[in-house]
Ligand binder design. Sequence first.
Ligand code: ATP
Length: 234
Amino acid sequence: MLEINDLHVSYGHVEAVAGVDLSVRPGTVSLVLGPNGAGKSTTLNAVAGMVRPTSGSVRIDGADLTGLPAHRVVARGIALVPEGRRVFAPLSIEENLRLGGHTTKASRAREISDRVYEMFPVLHDRRRSAAGLLSGGEQQMLAFGRGLMSDPAYVLLDEPSMGLAPAMVDVVIEKVAVMAEAGIGVLMVEQNTEAGLEIASEVTVMSRGSVVFRGPSERVRSDPSVLRAFLGDA
Ligand code: ATP
C-alpha cells in the first residue's frame, strides 16, 4: 500500500500542502478532486520526488521514501505522469517508450513495452509515427505507456483528461481502469469528477492544501450532493 501521512510542502512562504493524508491500495484508483490551487499537483510532485516535502512521510508497504530524489522514487516503484502529457513530439512512439524505460534492462524493457502495446493497441499500430502526430487522447496513452516503462507498482496521474475532446475523456479514463485491473495502484488528480468517480474506489477532496472530504466513491456516486458541498462550482 502507498501511504502519504501528514504531508506538508511549501514554496517559500506559501504552504501549498498543509497536512495531507492519502492512501492507495494496489489495483485500485484513488481519485483526488479540488479547485485550482488546492495543492493537488504539488502533492503528486512531492510523492514523486520532484519537490521536497517540508514534513510528513511517503511509504510503500511501510518502507519510507520521503524526500528521495525523483530517479530513486521511480526505482522504488512510483511513476508520475505529469499534467500536459509532455511527449517528445518529433520522436516516434517507440522512441518515447524507450526513453521511459531507460532505467530498465533492455530485455525487461522489451517485455514491458510488449505489455504496454497490449494495453494500448493504438500505440502498437502507430509505433513508428512521430508522437506529435497523435491525437490528444493517443498522446495521453503514450504518456501512460511511458510511465509504465519503469514497471511501477503505483502511478500518479495528473489530470489525464485535461484538454481532451469529450469522447476521448471516456476512452482515456477507461485506460486508467485497465491499468488498475493489471494490479497497479493509481493516484489520480482529475477535474472531470463524473468520469473519475466511475472508476475510483476512494475519493479525496482537497481545498487550500488540506483534505476536506474523504470517502468511498460508491457513497458519492449514490448521493452526488455529498461532493457538491465540498467542491462548490469547481
Ligand atoms: P491546479 O488544478 O491549478 O493545478 P492544484 O490543486 O494542482 O491546482 P497546485 O498546482 O499544487 O494546485 O498549487 C498549490 C499552490 O501552490 C497554489 O497556490 C500555487 O500557486 C502554488 N504553487 C504551485 N507551484 C508553485 C511553484 N513552483 N512555486 C511557487 N508556488 C507554487
